[in-house]
Design a protein around this ligand. Structure first.
Ligand code: SF4
Length: 468
C-alpha cells in the first residue's frame, strides 16, 4: 500500500508534514520520505524504515527544515518523493498504488522518443514514481500530464505533485485508494488517511472522487478535472488496513467494524465464555460482536507495545511471524478452561493464526472459535500491492482447495458461494489445519452492508474475483 500527506500553509508547515506523514506509518514498511519547499528549492530526505519508525529517522532533520509547503510519504516499494526539474519547472512527486503495465508503458509510449533515461532504478527495475514523472513531463502542463498518467496506468496510482505554487492531488482512476482534503485557519492538507487531521488541527474539507484532480493552495482548493463516474474503492480499507479513526466515503472505519461484528454475531449461535479481538484490527469487529451477542469482551492475550509498535512490520515473512509471536502475551487466568471466540480481520495464509491458536491451547483453552471479519480470500490483490509478497497459491483458502481437489480447479466460483458444498468443505479444511473448534467467515453481503457504500462502488476482487 503506502500513504501520502501534503500541506500548503501561510506559515511554516514542517511539523505538520512530519506528524501527518507519520500518521500513515501503518500503511507501509519500506521507505519514508519528506520534501519541503523553502521558497527557492526543495529539501528532500528519504530513509529506510524497515527496522526503525518514520519519526525516529526524521526527528533530527526537521529542526533544520523551514518552509510553508511540503509533503511526505510512507512507501511499501520505491524510495520517494522524487524531485524533478523539467520544461514544466521544478516539482516534487510522490505516488501510492501499483502500476501493472509499467514495462508496457515504457515500451509503447517512450520507444519513439530517443534518449530517455531512468535514474531511480532499484535492482534494475524502474521506480514507478519516476515513470509517472516522465509521463507528466511529456505533456504541456501538470494537469495534462496527470490526466495522461491516469489514462495510461493499469492498476492504481494516486499522486501528489508539489510545485512552487501549490500541490496537485490526483486520485487514482477508480478511486481504489482515498485522498482527502483537510482545512485549518492558515493551511490546507491532502492526505490518504483522515486520521491525520484531528491532532494537527485540520477538519475534513473535501474528499476527491475517482480520477479527480485538484490544485491546493493556502487560499483554497481549485477543481482541475472532475471525478469519473465509476468507483472501485478497496473494501479492505474498512475491514483491515485503514486506521480505525479514519473515514472514507463518509464511513468511519471503527463504526463499520462494530456493525460488521454485530452482523457476524447475529448469524451465530455458538456457546462461548468470552469474545476477543486479535489485535489490532480484529478488536473493533470483536467489540461489535460482543455488544450484539451480550457475551463479555475480554483480552485473553495482550500485545506488548512498548517496543513492538504496530508500524514495525519487517519485510521478511519469517521475521514477521516471529515478531507476531513475540508481541502477543497470553493471560492464563482468562484462557484456562475457557471457550473463547476471536474476531480477526481476515485469514491470509493462516500461519500467524495457527501460532496464536497453539499458544491458546498451551494455556489450556477449552475451545477456540474464529470469526474472520470478511469472506475467505481467494484472489491476490492486483491493484494495491496489498498481498504482493504472497502468491495466490499461498492463501489459506487456495491451499485448502488444492488439498481437496488435488489441483487448481478451472473455476473458483463455487468456492466463493457459502451455499455450496465446495465452500463448506474448504472452510472445514482450513478449520482443521488451524486446529479450531469452529470457523465461520463473514459473508460478503453483510460485510458490504456494514460498510454501507453501494456494492458497485466497492472493490471486492479478493473475495469473489469480480472486477469492472
Ligand atoms: S483486490 Fe482486495 S485489497 Fe486489492 S483493492 Fe480490491 S478489495 Fe482491496
Amino acid at each position: 500500500m503506502g500513504g501520502l500527506f501534503g500541506v500548503v500553509s501561510k506559515n511554516d508547515c514542517v511539523t505538520d508534514v512530519y506528524f501527518g506523514t507519520d500518521y500513515h506509518s501503518h500503511l507501509g514498511t519500506s521507505r519514508g520520505g519528506m520534501v519541503i519547499w523553502n521558497g527557492s528549492s526543495f529539501n528532500r530526505s528519504i530513509h529506510n524504515i524497515e527496522n526503525t519508525q518514520f519519526r525516529a529517522k526524521f526527528d533530527a532533520e526537521i529542526v533544520n527544515l523551514k518552509g510553508d509547503m511540503g509533503m511526505g510519504c510512507i512507501s511499501d516499494t520505491d524510495p520517494q518523493p522524487l524531485t524533478v526539474r523539467s520544461h514544466l519547472g521544478q516539482y516534487a512527486i510522490t505516488t501510492v498504488g501499483r502500476i501493472n503495465n509499467l514495462d508496457e508503458i515504457v515500451a509503447k509510449e517512450f520507444s519513439e522518443r530517443k534518449n530517455i533515461h531512468f535514474m531511480e532504478t532499484s535492482k534494475g527495475a524502474i521506480n514507478p514514481t519516476e515513470m509517472v514523472s516522465v509521463i507528466i513531463d511529456h505533456e504541456n502542463s501538470f494537469p495534462d500530464g496527470l490526466l495522461k498518467a491516469q489514462e495510461l496506468i493499469q492498476g492504481s496510482c494516486s499522486i501528489l505533485l508539489l510545485t512552487p505554487q501549490g500541490i496537485y492531488a490526483s486520485r487514482d482512476k477508480l478511486g481504489r485508494t482515498p485522498l482527502v482534503v483537510g482545512k485549518k485557519k492558515d493551511a490546507y492538507c491532502v492526505s490518504s488517511e483522515s486520521c491525520a487531521f484531528a491532532n494537527l488541527g485540520y477538519r475534513f474539507n473535501y474528499e476527491l472522487g475517482p480520477g479527480e484532480i485538484i490544485f491546493v493552495t493556502a487560499e483554497g482548493v481549485e477543481k482541475i478535472s472532475p471525478p469519473g463516474d465509476k468507483m472501485q474503492i478497496c473494501a479492505f480499507l474498512w475491514v483491515y488496513y485503514g486506521y480505525p479513526s479514519s473515514t472514507y466515503e463518509g464511513v468511519s472505519v471503527e463504526a463499520m467494524r462494530y456493525r460488521n461484528g454485530a452482523l457476524l454475531a447475529r448469524n451465530d449461535n455458538v456457546e462461548i465464555d468470552m469474545v476477543a479481538g486479535v489485535p489490532d484490527s480484529g478488536v473493533g469487529h470483536a467489540i461489535g460482536y460482543s455488544n450484539q451477542s451480550k457475551v463479555p469482551y475480554g483480552r485473553p492475550f495482550i500485545k506488548y507495545t512498548p517496543t513492538w509498535s504496530r508500524s514495525f512490520m519487517p519485510q521478511k515473512q519469517e521475521i514477521r511471524n516471529l515478531v507476531a509471536r513475540m508481541k502477543l502475551m497470553p493471560i492464563p487466568e482468562l484462557v484456562c478452561g475457557k471457550s473463547l471466540l476471536f474476531c480477526d480481520d481476515s485469514i491470509v495464509r493462516g500461519t500467524q493464526m495457527r501460532e496464536t491458536v497453539d499458544l491458546l491451547y498451551k494455556c489450556n483453552a477449552r475451545e477456540v472459535h474464529i470469526r474472520p471479519a470478511c469472506p475467505p480470500i481467494l484472489f491476490g490483490c492486483k491493484y494495491l500491492n496489498f498481498t504482493a509478497a504472497r502468491s495466490a497459491m499461498e492463501l489459506a483458502a487456495r491451499q485448502a482447495i488444492i488439498k481437496l481437489e488435488g489441483k487448481e480447479p478451472a473455476s473458483l466460483d463455487a468456492y466463493c458461494n457459502p451455499a455450496t458444498e465446495q465452500y463448506n468443505c474448504m472452510v472445514d479444511c482450513i478449520s482443521k489445519r488451524l486446529n479450531l473448534t469452529t470457523l465461520k467467515y463473514q459473508n460478503i453481503h453483510d460485510m458490504i452492508k456494514a460498510i454501507g457504500v453501494d456494492k458497485d462502488k466497492l472493490c471486492t476482487y479478493c473475495w469473489n474475483g469480480k472486477e469492472l
